[in-house]
Design a protein around this ligand. Structure first.
Ligand SMILES: Cc1ncc(C[n+]2csc(CCOP(=O)(O)OP(=O)(O)O)c2C)c(N)n1
Ligand SMILES: [Mg+2]
Length: 335
């Protein structure tokens, strides 16, 4: 999408564009807090931030309805937030508090919330794909008109689960929106070092799944592609695949010395920061001024302050409860 096309899209739907900006700012500010709190050892364990990739979750999530389902990876704080899991419940989970969305037992990589149909938070690379296929199969068998959006990194493409999932989704015509977040690296491994074919849309095409490559730094382009795919799927068009070309601005996780990519490359991508890109386009179209932006930032800061305060005041999971929920507590379930 060039500048003119983006300006036209903003003119067509100014509220949608502002909403996308707001969504991305919420995700960015949430994760900046997480990084600070990690350094202050309030958050422990692994932490993988999505900073730089926000346009992907913001764009896709805005075309889903409340009955649709979402499956994500361990880089999922933003997906959970935009799906409707509260910042308080996410932050409490990060802190390992009983008030967190998984009672503090999941942490950063395993956010989960059945009420919003947010099915994780999956730490196993490609592990979410068969889950998404199963959810979509259940919906199809029950005659429910729903879409399951499945987010995964390009590293998942090297896994057998990716190929099995694509095949079954296509074979059974299941409404899965495969959203490949291609940020060019799987930990320290560049895509061209692990794949003979780096055009990922071709992989989906091999399974007869309609697939498009999308500028993943442009929230409007992502939303537009996701909307077209979701509409086709709701009309019975079967699975669709989006390759969202994006970049993570930070290290893979908090323990990554980043020896595999040079600063010039990172700076080059940072020039296309998805938040600045959309903010600039909105300003140029006269739909956003400094006051309006400051007011979004103020509201988001208040939301994140409240989330941190909630997590701080939360209760650590009681030690005597640690083995609870290892097995089901439903009546008749074997312990
Ligand atoms: C099956 C499996 N193998 C290896 C790992 C270790 N691992 C964690 S993240 C990661 C890289 C995944 O990269 P990608 O799918 O591109 O996602 P990104 O981190 O770039 O978002 C690997 C290999 C894992 N979690 N699961
Ligand atoms: Mg990757």
């Amino acid at each position: 999408m060039n500048d003119e096309e983006r300006a036209r899209a903003i003119e067509g739907h100014p509220d949608r564009a502002l909403d996308l900006l707001r969504r991305m700012i919420r995700v960015r500010r949430l994760e900046e807090r997480c990084v600070e709190l990690y350094s202050a050892t309030k958050i422990r364990g692994f932490l993988h931030v999505y900073i730089g990739e926000e346009a992907v979750a913001a764009g896709v999530m805005s075309v889903l309805g409340p009955d649709d389902a979402v499956v994500a990876t361990y880089r999922e704080h933003g997906h959970a937030l935009l799906r409707g899991v509260s910042a308080e419940s996410i932050m409490a989970e990060m802190f390992g508090r009983a008030e967190g969305c998984c009672r503090g037992r999941g942490g950063s990589m395993h956010l989960f919330d059945a009420a919003t149909r947010f099915y994780g938070g999956n730490a196993i690379v490609a592990g979410g794909l068969p889950l998404a296929v199963g959810l979509a199969l259940a919906d199809k068998l029950a005659g429910r008109d729903r879409v399951t959006a499945c987010f995964f990194g390009e590293g998942a493409i090297a896994e057998g689960e990716f190929h099995e999932s694509m095949n079954l989704a296509a074979l059974w015509d299941l409404p899965v929106l495969f959203c490949c977040e291609n940020n060019l690296y799987a930990m320290g491994t560049a895509l061209e070092r692990s794949e003979s074919q780096t055009d990922l849309a071709l992989k989906a095409a091999a399974y007869e799944i309609p697939s498009w490559a999308v500028d993943g730094m442009d929230a409007i382009a992502v939303e537009d592609a996701a909307r077209r795919a979701a509409e086709a799927m709701r009309a019975g068009g079967g699975p669709h695949f989006l390759e969202l070309r994006t970049y993570r601005f930070r290290a893979h996780s908090m323990f990554d010395p980043e020896r595999y990519r040079d600063k010039v490359e990172v700076e080059h991508w940072m020039e296309r920061d998805p938040i600045r890109l959309l903010q600039g386009a909105l300003e140029a179209s006269g739909r956003l001024d400094a006051d309006a932006l400051a007011s979004i930032e103020r509201e988001v800061a208040a939301e994140m302050d409240a989330a941190v305060a909630f997590a701080e005041a939360g209760t650590p999971e009681p030690v005597e409860e640690l083995t609870r929920f290892v097995t089901s507590e439903r009546a008749g379930a074997t312990p």
